[in-house]
Design a protein around this ligand. Structure first.
Ligand code: ADP
Ligand code: MG
Length: 348
């Protein structure tokens, strides 16, 4: 039955590529719509359409070719997703995307569910920061369009607020957490309400970019269970369909705080490709295309290392052991800090 299904994917980066590879395994065809003509997913999908979001003819062509539409990143204009939704089902729902791409709406949503985040406040001016000095040292984050630490400024004191900042964008100011650890929970929810969660993954960031992920996470039973419970509550309240990731902070006092939600599969979940019976990408394709639900089972412990920038050149010339799985995203040019590939190592 799945032979005739065609999934439209907006975005042509590495997440889109890995999604297309998983779809291929399920005999689901993929058409990628990307505004980057070099988008690496062109090497992994069945059809690649390079188009700006406002190119009506190309967007129409994309819509006409697919049965369902999903996306690999959350910063897509919601109006564009709503437009597509008029003709083809977009999953996860654009309503969720609207919340997840806006830190203020996202944190309000989480707090209203009774789940803790860092202390935070919405910021429109330097004056607003002054009024909320109790949140310093803090991190000023652009309210929208941030990823991999982009659009973030550490404010140790009011002296770090530069005179020439003109606050043309909205921000939030968040208290800087004395982090013990970061973890993430990747969870799939199907349209019939079935949920299937991977165990929490422990993450280490360098310069605000994910560096390493591993399972098992070195956390208490209480935190293990609460993190999954929170992820389930969030997915349930969104009536979510697809794979969702919740990023958490664990403070030095063992408090569990939600950092942010990604309405998608996640870099930290790459190890699910080898470490589980079904990967986060396969789970997403199954949920979005309304295929059979398969419960998640762990096969092995694992560690994943992100390969950034020019590091990729060393990996291209290396040989790998049987328990090592190297992915080259086939990006045209390495750039400092750019995610170029990853290596998953299975552990006992
Ligand atoms: P992005 O959207 O760029 O992923 P995040 O808010 O997840 O933004 O921030 C990226 C990383 O920066 C986090 O994973 C964490 O390591 C660090 N970070 C962000 N906010 C805080 C905070 N309030 N306190 C301590 N570290 C933080
Ligand atoms: Mg993040």
């Amino acid at each position: 039955m799945s032979k005739s299904i065609c999934l439209g994917v907006i975005g042509g980066g590495q997440l889109g590529s890995l999604l297309c590879s998983a779809a291929k395994k399920l005999k689901v065809k993929t058409v990628v719509l990307s505004d980057d003509k070099d988008g690496p997913a062109q090497h992994f999908c069945d059809e690649f359409i390079h188009s700006k979001y406002d190119d009506n003819a190309k967007v129409k062509e994309f819509i006409s070719k697919v049965n369902f539409v999903t996306y690999e990143f959350e910063n897509i204009p919601v109006d564009f997703l709503n437009l597509i939704q008029k003709e083809k089902k977009v999953l996860p729902s654009p309503k969720i995307n609207k919340i997840a791409q806006n830190r203020k709406l996202e944190k309000n949503f989480i707090n209203e569910l009774g789940i803790n985040t860092t202390d935070w406040v919405f910021i429109k001016s330097a004056e607003d920061i002054k009024k909320n000095q109790h949140l310093l040292p803090g991190i000023l984050k652009s309210n929208t369009l941030g990823y991999d630490g982009k659009g973030q400024f550490v404010l140790n004191s009011l002296d770090d607020v530069k005179q020439d900042w003109c606050f043309t964008n909205d921000y939030i100011l968040e208290k800087k957490v004395n982090l013990k650890k970061e973890i993430s929970v990747v969870i799939a929810r199907y349209s019939n309400g079935t949920m299937s969660s991977y165990e929490p993954i422990e993450n280490v960031h360098k310069n605000q970019i994910l560096y390493k992920s591993k399972i098992p996470a070195d956390i208490s039973d209480r935190i293990f269970k609460s993190a999954i419970q929170h992820a389930k509550k969030i997915a349930e309240n969104f009536s979510y369909v697809g794979v969702l990731t919740v990023e958490f902070f664990i403070t030095q006092n063992n408090e569990l705080l939600v950092n942010e939600i990604a309405p998608r599969f996640h870099n930290s979940g790459h190890l699910t490709i080898e470490a589980f019976n079904i990967s986060q990408f396969e789970n997403h394709v199954r949920a979005v295309c309304n295929l059979e639900t398969i419960p998640v089972k762990k096969i092995s412990n694992a560690e994943m290392l992100n390969i950034l920038g020019f590091e990729i050149n060393d990996f291209k010339n290396r040989s790998f052991k049987k328990n090592e799985f190297f992915y080259d995203y086939l990006k045209k040019e390495p750039r400092e800090g750019r995610k170029m590939g990853h290596l998953t190592t299975l552990k006992d």
